[in-house]
Design a protein around this ligand. Structure first.
Ligand code: PLP
Length: 398
C-alpha cells in the first residue's frame, strides 16, 4: 500500500521531532575541542538544570537510556550491594537486569504491572532495614510499558519518615519534560533520562542528574567504570567540553529543544500533556475498552496503554492501523505482548495530532472488527473543547 502525507508516529517514544529541531541539527559538524563548542556545551549543561529542576550537575552521554541506567549504577554502587526495586513493568525488569549483571542484589517488590511503586512498601521495607543494608531505592517514574506513573514525592516522604539513608534513583526516560518532576525538591540522588521522548529529539543522548549525596557515594563506589565515570565527565564539563567525542549535531538539537521548552514554559508543557492524556482516556472509556493503569492517581500523562478485548490480538490490530492509516502505535512489551496497545501522546504534539491519532484508532477498531462502542473520538473532542467552552462572542464579532 502506498502511503501519502505524514506518517503518524504515536509510539511512546521516540517521538515526533519538530521541524525546528531537525533544522537545528542540520548543521556542519564543528570542532568539539574548539571555542564554539565550549559555548554550546556550557549553554546546554546550564539549560538542562531547569528541566530537571536542579541546581546540581547534569551529565550528557552519547547513549540511549540504557546507558544512563548503567551509569547511575556503576557510579554509586559496589559489587554485592543490596538495592530495592519495584516491579512496575517491562522497564523496571530491564533495569533490574542491568543491576544484577553488575553483581548487585536486587530486592524486587512484585507488582501486577497496573500500579506504581507503593510508598507503603517503601516505608515497610526501609523501616525494617535497621542496619541500612539497602544502598539505593530505584524506581521507574513513568513505566512506559504500562502507562503508570509512580508518585515520587510520596516515596521521598516515606523514605524520610523512616530516616533511611539509601540513595533514591529515578528513571524519568518517558516523563522528563512532559510530567512534573523535581530532582532537588524530591531529593532524588540520580535522575536518569533520554533524548527521544519529552525532549523531542532523535534517540542518542541520555542524562544523569546528580545530587551532592550521589557525588559522595561516587567517591567510595567500587564498581568498575570508565566510559560512564562521572568524574571523567564533570571535569571537562566545567568548561563546556566532554572527555570524548560528543554527539555534536544532536547537541545543536538539544539546544533548540531547551529553547522551545523555555518558550512554552515547563508548567504549560505539563498542562498540555495532562490535557491530551485526559482526552485520550475519555476516548478509551467511550470505546468501552480497558485501561492498563488501574489507579487514577497514577495515570500517565505521556502515554495510555489499552487492553484489547479477549480473543483479539493487539499486534494484528496495530498492523491493520499501520497498513491502512500509516500510524505506528506502541506494542505490548514483555508479558503484555499481543494483549495491549500503547498510544503515545508526548513530545511535540497538539490537539489535531491527538484527534488524528484517535481517529486512526477508531477507524482501525471498525476495520478490524474489534468489539467497541463508537464515539471515542467525539468524547475526546468534548474533553479538548467542552460544549460550554465557546470563544467569547466578542472575539468573532466584526
Ligand atoms: C522508562 C524507560 N526506561 C528506560 C528505557 C530504555 O531506554 P533506551 O531504549 O533509550 O535504552 C526506556 C525506553 O523506552 C524507557 O521507556
Amino acid at each position: 500500500m502506498i502511503h501519502t502525507g505524514r506518517h503518524f508516529l504515536q509510539i511512546p517514544g521516540p517521538t515526533n521531532v519538530p521541524d525546528r529541531i531537525l533544522r537545528a541539527i542540520d548543521q556542519p559538524v564543528l570542532d568539539h575541542r574548539g571555542p564554539e563548542f565550549s559555548k554550546l556545551g556550557s549553554e546546554i549543561l546550564e539549560g538542562l538544570r531547569a528541566i530537571f529542576q536542579t541546581a546540581g550537575s547534569v551529565v550528557v552521554y552519547p547513549a540511549s537510556g540504557t546507558g544512563a541506567w548503567e551509569a547511575a549504577i556503576v557510579n554509586t554502587l559496589s559489587p554485592g550491594d543490596h538495592v530495592l526495586m519495584f516491579e512496575t513493568g517491562h522497564f523496571s525488569q530491564l533495569w533490574r537486569q542491568v543491576a544484577e549483571r553488575f553483581g548487585i542484589h536486587v530486592e524486587y517488590v512484585s507488582g501486577n504491572w497496573r500500579r506504581g511503586a507503593a510508598r507503603e512498601d517503601v516505608e515497610a521495607r526501609l523501616g525494617s532495614d535497621t542496619k541500612h543494608t539497602l544502598k539505593a531505592v530505584m524506581i521507574v517514574h513513568n513505566e512506559t510499558s504500562t502507562g503508570v506513573t509512580s508518585r515520587i514525592a510520596e516515596i521521598r516522604r516515606a523514605m524520610d519518615r523512616v530516616r533511611h539513608p539509601a540513595l533514591l534513583m529515578v528513571d524519568t526516560v518517558s516523563s522528563l519534560a512532559a510530567i512534573d518532576y523535581r530532582h532537588d525538591e524530591w531529593q532524588v540522588d540520580v535522575t536518569i533520562a533520554g533524548s527521544q521522548k519529552g525532549f523531542m529529539l532523535p534517540p542518542g543522548l541520555s542524562f544523569n542528574a546528580i545530587s551532592e549525596k550521589a557525588l559522595s557515594a561516587n567517591q567510595t563506589a567500587q564498581l568498575p567504570r570508565s566510559y560512564w565515570d562521572w568524574q571523567q565527565m564533570l571535569e571537562p564539563n566545567r568548561s563546556g567540553f566532554f572527555p570524548y567525542t560528543p554527539a555534536t549535531t544532536l547537541l545543536y538539537g538539544l539546544r533548540e529543544a531547551l529553547l522551545m521548552l523555555q518558550e512554552e514554559g515547563l508548567p504549560n508543557v505539563f498542562r498540555r500533556h495532562a490535557r491530551h492524556a485526559e482526552a485520550t482516556r475519555a476516548a478509551v472509556r467511550a470505546w468501552e475498552l480497558e485501561l492498563v493503569c488501574e489507579e487514577p492517581q497514577e495515570y500517565s500523562n505521556t502515554l495510555t496503554a489499552v487492553f484489547m478485548p479477549k480473543g483479539y490480538d493487539a499486534d494484528q490490530f496495530r498492523g491493520v492501523i499501520l497498513d491502512h492509516f500509516d500510524m505506528s502505535l506502541g506494542a505490548g512489551l514483555g508479558k503484555l505482548a499481543g494483549k495491549i496497545f500503547r498510544i503515545g501522546h508526548l513530545g511535540s504534539f497538539n490537539d489535531l495530532m491527538l484527534a488524528g491519532t484517535l481517529s486512526g484508532i477508531e477507524m482501525g477498531l471498525r476495520l478490524a472488527g474489534v468489539p467497541h462502542q463508537q464515539g471515542g473520538l467525539m468524547a475526546a473532542l468534548d474533553e479538548l473543547v467542552p460544549a460550554t467552552g465557546k470563544l467569547e462572542p466578542a472575539m468573532l464579532a466584526r
